[in-house]
Write a protein that binds this ligand. Structure first.
Ligand SMILES: CC(C)(COP(=O)(O)OP(=O)(O)OC[C@H]1O[C@@H](n2cnc3c(N)ncnc32)[C@H](O)[C@@H]1OP(=O)(O)O)[C@@H](O)C(=O)NCCC(=O)NCCS
Length: 167
């Protein structure tokens, strides 16, 4: 298994990965088929991320297939350019093998090298595995957004989590 920065040529594979994740888990943002991105749109997104200098996507690849990814999405505005949001997803078959932890280590290293001092994310309050991963990686719960989501008619709270990177 290799972890590396995304390339433009990963556009179709990343789209497939995200679609598969949306089918497998209720913990990601979109429901299946809601993410209507085309491959062309995905190429544009990757291109703008790669040239931004404040954002990056890392992919986990095994035997030529993408099996997980993490995105660190930063800002250009002067007052908030020290912070970035994190998203992560790993296919079910490859979970619990340390890949999530490894991806987030890449995020930390990349963020430090790019002047980012704060990482943040939101997480559904009942997502115990992700909570365990983020705690292990030094993220703390900073607040709760009550009744943040409605999934299959169930009302879900969300935690805000953050991590301060030491200079
Ligand atoms: C959440 C997710 C990213 C974790 O990645 P992973 O590769 O399965 O996790 P890892 O194997 O790297 O585990 C890392 C740490 O998470 C914690 N962890 C793992 N499974 C756990 C569980 N069932 N309960 C609590 N903590 C758990 C442990 O602290 C573990 O560290 P340790 O093995 O050193 O003790 C992955 O399971 C996933 O993509 N889930 C579906 C999508 C999702 O929930 N995305 C996050 C949305 S906020």
């Amino acid at each position: 298994m290799e972890i590396r920065e995304i390339q433009l040529s990963d556009a179709a594979a990343l789209l497939n990965l995200r679609r598969q994740l949306e089918k497998e888990t209720r913990f990601m943002q979109y429901v299946p088929d809601e993410n209507a991105n085309s491959v062309e749109k995905q190429v544009e997104n990757i291109h703008s991320i790669l040239k931004s200098g404040c954002s990056m996507i890392f992919v986990a690849e095994t035997e030529g297939s993408l099996i997980g990814f993490t995105a660190v999405l930063g800002n250009k505005l002067k007052r908030i350019r020290h912070r970035a949001s994190v998203i992560i997803g790993i296919l079910e078959k490859y979970q619990n093998q340390g890949i999530g932890k490894n991806l987030l280590k890449h995020v930390d290293e990349w963020a430090r090298d790019h002047g980012i001092e704060r990482l943040e994310l939101t997480i559904m309050a009942h997502n115990r595995r992700a909570l365990g991963l983020y705690n292990t990686m030094g993220y703390y719960v900073e607040g709760m957004r009550r009744n943040a989501l409605v999934i299959d008619n169930e009302i879900i709270d969300e935690f805000y989590m953050g991590k301060i990177l030491k200079r």
